[in-house]
Design a protein around this ligand. Sequence first.
Ligand code: SAM
Length: 333
Amino acid sequence: MRLTDKFGRAITDLRISVTDRCNYKCVYCRTGNEGAIYAELPLADYLRLARIFVELGIEKVRITGGEPLLRPHLTDFIRQLAQLRIQHGEHAGRPIDTAITTNGHLLADLAQPLKDAGLSRITVSMDAVDPAKFARITRVPNGFENVLAGIRAAKKAGLAPVKVNCVLLRGFNDDQIVAFGKFARDEGVVLRFIEFMPLEEDRVWSPEIVVTLDEILERMKAFRPLVEIPHAYSETARRYQFDDGVGEIGIIAPVSHPFCGHCSRVRLTSDGKIRTCLFSLFDHDLAGKMQRGASDQELASFIESVIQKKEARHHIGEPDFIPPSRTMVHIGG
Ligand code: SAM
């Protein structure tokens, strides 16, 4: 039996935030302050909860934050996580897919140990290929060199293909589109442009700031046209390659081309709350139940009941949009 919500969507993808602390202060994400609001669970607790989710049908676990590489002993945690096996369906018995989303600042030294621990994939966030612009966005000096070293170390460790996430904001880094196209070709990384969503602490979002999928394609044409390639139904990114067959560029377009109808995700916050959507107005206290002594069976029943409450879709840009109860850094992106 697989974990399925009331709209028939199979829930196969779990994202776990292991901290809401971050060593970057990206302008579109956090205010300038240090930012940890919520508790962190012991890594063993995330592991127990991940195992229960996997028994219910989760096949991919992505570790995120905050900045996940700030958690000590993350490599040991990944080693244990990577032991979990898919329980249902055609891939039953195979190891789950394990991934990390990181800003890459501390990755250079950790890439090889993480690969050796069994990590399947890594995504590094990088919002400019111009170092000065990168510093203005992250509000951290000299981070660019660390992130580039992290990306190269991940490639060398065999965590290929390394994905690079870039959130575009009009007037801020939309002049980096073509530069990113060249960067993806030169470095052999898979690029993912992400449309900016209203999940930031400073509430600066407006439809005008969002650089949409159509605009990215149009502007990349000035360098080389992109040609669409097939993507899996449950995949959030539309995928493209350059017209000479080189590279892979994905565009995740939750604002201009929402994909809620085939969303397969559920999230666990650093303090152990389940979120059924980035834009949920409520979360569901799984850790509280665990801390009060619930059995695995009781936790599994709770997860199944919460999944039934998964929202049909988000309401970004609509008159009835209500900002979610937490911002991205405190949910886990
Ligand atoms: N610190 C890690 C990192 O930088 O990748 C993991 C957490 S971060 C919240 C995960 C991803 O969410 C990053 O790629 C970041 O750029 C993206 N992100 C943050 N705020 C966003 C927003 N308002 N809209 C779209 N993506 C956002």
